[in-house]
Design a protein. Structure first.
Length: 205
């Protein structure tokens, strides 16, 4: 039976998969994101998040035995605001400035790069999922309180849909699971291209 390996330490991605019936093995990649971004140079947000997802999946796949049938999924999410990629805020001040300047009352596109590697066959493929996010207009007091929780500093774009940031998202256009960190519909399609049926990955009750 094929096993899914999640090359991410993200609790949100892990929970998404478990709630969808798939319990992945978690092997966190050792990719230095900041160094890789510097090496890649200026790229559109979609290309950048796909390149990072690819690097993470390949890093973990290279540490696994090819004798077992596993598929490694690497992901990377960014908020695309006018062609500028926003990952995790580096500080509380940066998170606040971003909210006040670029996010409150505005929209952005949450892009998640997905890259799959199957070491036993050498097959790999990937794609980017994009969901438009329209943010509400929280007051400065609400923004300060939200940033004080620390949540915005741990997630791409500086907000969540499934956590404390949910009330500050007015609406989305597209796949909600993608905003949380991993597009379940896209993952099912990509696995299908590798000859793997999604329901075959479901864990036994």
């Amino acid at each position: 039976m094929t096993e899914l390996v999640l090359a991410s330490a993200s609790p949100a991605r892990h929970t998404l998969l478990i709630n969808a019936g798939v319990v992945p093995q978690v092997v966190v990649s050792s990719v230095d994101e900041d160094l890789l971004i510097a090496e890649l140079g200026p790229l559109p947000p979609a290309d950048l998040c796909l390149a990072l997802a690819q690097a993470k999946a390949r890093d973990v796949a290279g540490r696994l035995s090819s004798t077992h049938d596993v598929v490694v999924i690497g992901c990377d999410s960014m908020l695309d605001v006018g062609g500028i990629a926003y990952g995790k805020p580096a500080s509380a001040q940066e998170a606040k400035e971003r909210w006040l300047r670029d996010m409150a009352g505005s929209s952005g596109v949450l892009r998640t790069g997905h890259w799959l590697v199957r070491p036993s066959t050498g097959d790999e493929l990937g794609e980017v999922a994009s969901t438009t996010v329209v943010h509400a207009s929280p007051s400065e007091r609400e923004i300060d309180a939200y940033i004080a929780t620390g949540e915005p500093l741990r997630v791409a774009g500086g907000f969540t849909l499934d956590g404390l940031g949910g009330p500050f998202v007015e609406r989305i256009e597209g796949d909600p699971s993608n905003v949380i960190g991993l597009s379940l519909p896209l993952l099912r399609v990509l696995l299908g291209r590798l000859g793997i049926t999604w329901t075959d990955l479901w864990s036994s009750p």
